[in-house]
Design a protein around this ligand. Structure first.
Ligand code: 18C
Length: 258
């Protein structure tokens, strides 16, 4: 249907995903729209007070110090530009369970609890324990989506993966040795193409990916603030560097997936 004059194109496309039949669909669609809108906001916008805490080449990581009921829940926003890979590839390796043990260094165990549809899964993960805190686990849905490229309608699509904590009746929180954490994560990827001037075919040299990664993790129970902040300062840069190096390595001899 065509937009009438004065109407604005929605940020995300209408719900054409097969997951739209599922009980969680209204929540999934709402959270994806919110997270993408937040990821699109620049670091300087809305007087948001982001402070840079890690930098390495093109990679920049910002956080806002926040506490909730005495627990550190600092929002994180990272931006990176990586040559030779596309946004679709980054989101594919982030979303697909079979690759997760290859790049996720804090992971102890991952299970897919439910396949909601091709683009929406429910996961249960346990993560490595950090002394002196209890071990953590998490249950979340994960949704991958292609977004319209509003700035350049002929340009490559924008891709996103949103992970959001949820509940599962068979896996109640804080039932065993683990404390349940709660997370909201948004990975958003924009592909840039710089075609060769001499008309030679496009290669990986001509593509790069702007990655925006936003997360808020609530540790769910007691964890010393200083240990927690030290852990994420070390672990987030490690994650983004290792994950992007992994994708470069996985895709180097494969056709470019736009
Ligand atoms: O987004 C990422 N991964 C996705 C796929 O797995 C998904 C899951 C995210 C889980 C993030 C929370 C993991 C907490 C695990 C505890 C830390 C273990 C450290 C082990 C060191 C040997 O979205 C990429 C995620 C990158 C994770 C970076 C670490 C973030 C730490 C946040 C602190 C969490 C509270 C821990 C409580 C104990 C602290 C003393």
């Amino acid at each position: 249907e065509r937009l009438k004059s004065g109407q604005v194109m929605p940020v995300t496309p209408p719900p054409t995903s097969p997951a739209c039949q599922h009980r969680l669909w209204p929540e999934i669609d709402k959270v994806v729209q919110q997270q993408v809108a937040m990821a699109r906001m620049g670091i300087g916008e809305c007087g948001s007070g982001w402070q840079l805490f890690a930098e390495d080449g093109e990679m920049k990581m910002y956080r806002r110090e926040e506490e909730l009921d005495g627990m550190v829940v600092d929002p994180l926003k990272a931006v990176h530009v990586v040559k030779g890979i596309t946004g679709h590839e980054v989101c594919h390796y982030f979303f697909t369970p079979q690759y997760r043990y290859d790049w996720e260094t804090t992971l102890e165990q991952m299970n897919v609890l439910e396949t909601i549809s091709d683009d929406t899964l429910m996961f249960m993960q346990t993560h490595k324990r950090i002394w002196p805190a209890s071990q953590r686990d998490v249950v979340f849905w994960s949704h991958i989506r292609k977004l319209p490229n509003e700035k350049d309608r002929d340009g490559p699509d924008i891709w996103t993966v949103v992970n959001n904590s949820t509940e599962h009746p068979d896996y109640p929180a804080n039932n065993g040795k683990c404390v349940r954490i709660f997370l909201k994560v948004c990975l958003m990827c924009q592909t840039r193409v710089d075609p060769p001037k001499d008309g030679t075919p496009l290669s990986r040299e001509n593509v790069s990916c702007k990655i925006t990664y936003c997360s808020v993790v609530n540790p769910g129970g007691w964890a010393p603030a200083s240990v927690l902040r030290a852990v994420y300062k070390r672990e987030y840069p490690k994650f983004l560097k290792r994950f992007t190096a992994y994708i470069i390595n996985q895709t180097k001899n494969k056709p470019i997936m736009f």
